[in-house]
Ligand binder design. Structure first.
Ligand code: PHE
Ligand code: NA
Length: 488
């Protein structure tokens, strides 16, 4: 008894059930919900995409969520050592899990920094009566910013610094404490904005764009069922923070009292509700002000900036804009800290195993510095292109299709994104599924769930079927479809 207590103190543990849930939902809810989901849904068949997405969440997401949480709680270890603890054959899978955060963080923190900059700009604008945006077209503002290397680096550094401060404060006094307030605040702001958006005429068209089922996409030669499935699956992994050790790590700080048979549904449910709600803010806002919804960074930065500055305008536009970017900031940093924590936890586990006292603060700082370097190509991608693209960028119409402007930014981000959510996350989850389905057996998970007094895994046979057949089949199809993107 005393032993386990001591171990928990060294590694950290969630203080409350609610605190864990907020941290896990905080990791899940992020740019993937606020930015990726709405436009992917709009572009890939609206309601038809939603149906496929929900099916993937239920058939793959929920069981992988369960598997990761159970693996973490059972072993009390971060991603790398958790796999090593349960299986010789799969011992290396954990390393895949720590490689992915590096790739995601490389662009995620850059976007986080950009969000921070927009938040600050809207605060300034609130106090200057919109003066700092006057006569600046949204596209030009964005273009100037991403081509301004020192600004990009400055805000990236601030965003990372905030991450460092929270993560080095520990699981309970850093991550849990932050999320306990941030996630409820985020939900309230989002719900408020969703209501506010409908006071603008034309907002309904956004809902049509999002929800109107267009099953024709399944037979569309350009899109087709497999592309919809691939997009939905990649989005699901990214959105639920699966396939890369986040939920293993967060699970390792759980007490046996937390009911995994319930949290496996609650976290995906909350994430999906927030994604849909985000779409119900973003899309109607674009349509109400006559902007075509575009994908990529331009949706979050150019289109919405345009809505707040030109569409709403004045103090209220600045205030709503600030609220929106504040919300995005909370979502982004709560996800970003979970990625950092995955890497930190692995190094701390190693220190503990070697009998050393874990040095959380130093480890966090060193890792964050490494990550800063990894982010540089993404952060500096736009550098210098403003000169050539200056004229074009003054027209938001051109900016909206980011591909048309000479900004290479798109490439690095797309590449990192494709590598992580397209390949590494499905691959990690495929391996976990095979491990549970065919090597360890689903019973290991059911036993772990049953450690919570009075709880047991419902539909164990169905979960087993998912691990053995359904998840592997879907993920093999997804990975094969993905290979085409790499021209293989
Ligand atoms: N789930 C986060 C989002 O939707 C991103 C993320 C992916 C966070 C993987 C952690 C791990 O934005
Ligand atoms: Na998400």
């Amino acid at each position: 008894r005393k032993m386990t207590r001591e171990k928990d103190v060294a590694r950290g543990q969630w203080r409350s059930k609610f605190g864990f849930l907020m941290a896990a939902i905080g990791s899940a809810v992020g740019l993937g919900n606020l930015w990726g989901f709405p436009y992917k849904m709009g572009k890939s068949g609206g309601g038809a995409f939603l149906v496929v997405y929900l099916a993937v969440v239920l058939l793959v997401g929920v069981v992988i969520m369960l598997g990761e949480l159970a693996l973490g709680r059972k072993t009390g270890k971060g991603a790398v050592e958790a796999y090593q603890a349960v299986s010789k054959k799969f011992a290396w899978v954990g390393y895949l899990g720590v490689a992915s955060p590096f790739i995601i963080l490389a662009f995620y923190n850059v976007l986080g920094g950009m969000v921070l900059k927009y938040m600050v700009a809207f605060v300034e604008s609130m106090f200057s009566g919109g003066a700092n945006f006057a006569n600046i077209k949204s596209g030009a503002y964005f273009g100037e910013f991403i081509c301004n290397g020192s600004d990009m680096l400055l805000y990236l550094a601030i965003f990372e610094l905030l991450n460092i401060v929270i993560v080095m404060s520990g699981v309970e006094s850093g991550i849990e404490r932050f999320n306990k307030y941030a996630i409820p605040a985020l939900a309230i702001i989002l719900a408020g904005l969703a209501v506010y958006v409908y006071t603008f005429p034309g907002a309904e068209k956004g809902l049509d764009f999002m929800f109107k089922p267009n099953f024709a996409v399944f037979s569309d030669p350009e899109i087709g069922f497999f592309k919809v499935l691939k997009t939905a699956a990649g989005q699901m992994f990214f959105s639920l923070s699966l396939g890369m050790g986040v939920m293993i790590t967060y699970g390792s700080y759980l007490s046996k009292e937390q009911d995994l048979s319930r949290e496996m549904y609650i976290i995906p449910l909350a994430d999906t509700i927030i994604a849909v709600l985000a779409g119900m803010v973003v899309m109607p806002a674009c349509f109400a002000f006559g902007l075509a919804p575009a994908g990529g960074p331009s949706l979050l930065f150019v289109s919405l900036h345009e809505v707040f500055v030109t569409g709403m305008g004045g103090f209220s536009g600045s205030f709503v804009g600030f609220l929106f970017y504040f919300l995005v900031f909370l979502a982004a940093i709560s996800s970003s800290m979970s990625l950092l924590e995955v890497c930190v936890a692995c190094l701390l586990d190693r220190q503990i195993r070697k009998g050393k006292a874990p040095t959380r603060a130093a480890t966090t700082i060193v890792l964050a510095l490494v990550l800063f370097v990894v982010s540089l190509p993404v952060a500096l991608d736009g550098l210098g292109s403003n000169v050539a693209g200056g004229a074009a960028m003054n027209s938001p119409g051109v900016m909206m299709g980011l591909k048309k402007i000479p900004v290479a930014f798109d490439c690095w981000l797309d590449f990192y994104d494709m590598l992580s959510e397209g390949v590494m996350m499905p691959l990690g989850s495929l391996l976990m599924s095979v491990m549970f389905g065919w090597v360890l057996g689903t019973k290991v998970i059911a036993d772990e769930v049953a450690l919570t007094p009075g709880k047991k895994l419902r539909f164990e046979w169905l979960v087993d079927l998912c691990f053995k057949f359904i998840v592997p089949v879907i993920l093999v199809v997804v990975l094969l479809a993905q290979l085409q993107d790499f021209g293989l």
